[in-house]
Design a protein around this ligand. Sequence first.
Ligand SMILES: Nc1nc2c(c(=O)[nH]1)N[C@H]1C(S)=C(S)[C@@H](COP(=O)(O)O)O[C@H]1N2
Ligand SMILES: [Mo]
Length: 255
Amino acid sequence: MSKSDRRRFLEKLALASGAVLLGGCDRLDKMPAVQALLKRADGPTDTALHALTPEDSLAQEFTEADLSPVFKANGSVNPKTPEYLALLQNGFADYRLQVRGLVRTPLSLSLPELRALPSRTQITRHDCVEGWSCIGKWKGATLGPLIDRAGPLPEARYVVFRCADSLDGDENRYYESIYLHEARHPQSILAYELNDAALDVPHGAPLRLRVERKLGYKQAKYLLAIELVADLSGIGQGNGGYWEDDQGYQWHGGI
Ligand SMILES: Nc1nc2c(c(=O)[nH]1)N[C@H]1C(S)=C(S)[C@@H](COP(=O)(O)O)O[C@H]1N2
Ligand SMILES: [Mo]
């Protein structure tokens, strides 16, 4: 962690603990409340920060009046992998989302089945690390109940999202991952609609993840499977996502 990262981290810790930040106090780590919290924060920074964020705190939601006139598409916008082209060819009629890994009952869900699951609609702001934001209205199946249908095994700790596209034209498919408990956040959905229309190809048709407290690269498009795992070391290069592996993007990606 750089010095300024550490400062921000300590400020967050202090605020979360309800500690009063005294003007000009640059030794936050000397405050008893912060010291107590730091002692408890035994895992990586992300884990410590997450522990301090109320589990169910919601990302800000907006109104129809706030919708961006155009929702920018970014990253893969027109996947060319054989598996994606095959699905696209007949309008995703053969599409199935696989739910697999550390679950009691693996699932294979068609789009009509996904649309029949409990859903949530949310108008939120998407923030890309490249420095742009768009407000859009997403509708999708709530992820927590869907995963619970499959019955996660006690060892399951992460949810990995497997995508149909490849950004570098080779065998590397886009993927992302989050903690299992983050999948149960009320705003974690598998979206099949953007702005009251079926999700189009540039935005991830037929199904994409929305995890509204996270940055753009975590919002995996073109989902083929979700996989419950105990750790991320065997997935890709082990950093939990395509950009995390390729560019060292931060795994937690919180905003
Ligand atoms: N499968 C897949 N998901 C992806 C990407 C991608 O290239 N492939 N790009 C990510 C990035 S960096 C951003 S900002 C958003 C863009 O989503 P949008 O095209 O709906 O704006 O998707 C994310 N999810
Ligand atoms: Mo992004």
